[in-house]
Design a protein around this ligand. Sequence first.
Ligand code: 13P
Length: 252
Amino acid sequence: MARPVPLIAGNWKMNGLTASTRSLASELATRVRSDRDLGFEMLICPPFTMLSTAAELVRDCALKLGAQDCHTASSGAHTGDISPAMLRDVGCEYVILGHSERRTDHGETCALVRAKTRAALDAGLKVIVCVGETEAQRDAGETLRVVADQVTGSLPEGVTAETLVVAYEPVWAIGTGRTPTTAEVAEVHAALRQTLGTILGTGAAEGVRLLYGGSVKPDNARELLALDNVNGALVGGASLKVDDFWAIASAV
Ligand code: 13P
């Protein structure tokens, strides 16, 4: 199978008011529109409150829209929650699920992430399922086991290469300015590809995009994105600065 088109995804986390959303999304949309052969797919994932504003700005543009979480149900008595159907309705194509901040702040388990993934796929969304070890787990030599367990536990039956993206985000690298070595990233991504092979079959697993996330910046993007099993990046802080995010994408 041909190498999949790289995905450069911006996770805005709990950032973005109307003015900053307008300026960031419209500037990115302008750049995406004027780049005739974009060698990558670009995605922004603003907070729920800004999805509608962002959707207007990326309409008729290759810049994709995603959300940062969803509920397992399509509607109902779930105060404060947002359903996959609502995300589709507002114009989302993707949803990030199982981010370590959700696993930590909201106690999300792999079983819950699996149920959310199932619901999102059933609603026609593509999913970015996040995995990654803590620093203590890395120090204990448990990284490969932890990420394999998270992938296996977080994916429902019937996922396909077209609708699944997996992001490897070492917890200790998020927002810290620290990253694993390229050899360490390559090792984890190769192991993830192998685990996906046992779930999806080797051929299909080749088509799943594996993103690296955790302190991706313009000055380290090139070496990370050049690695064999790295098919894009999930960018936090640097995705809030248009020039930095564009520079990371251009490093593809
Ligand atoms: P930073 O790029 O800010 O380290 O965040 C990474 C991340 O958590 C993206 O989901």
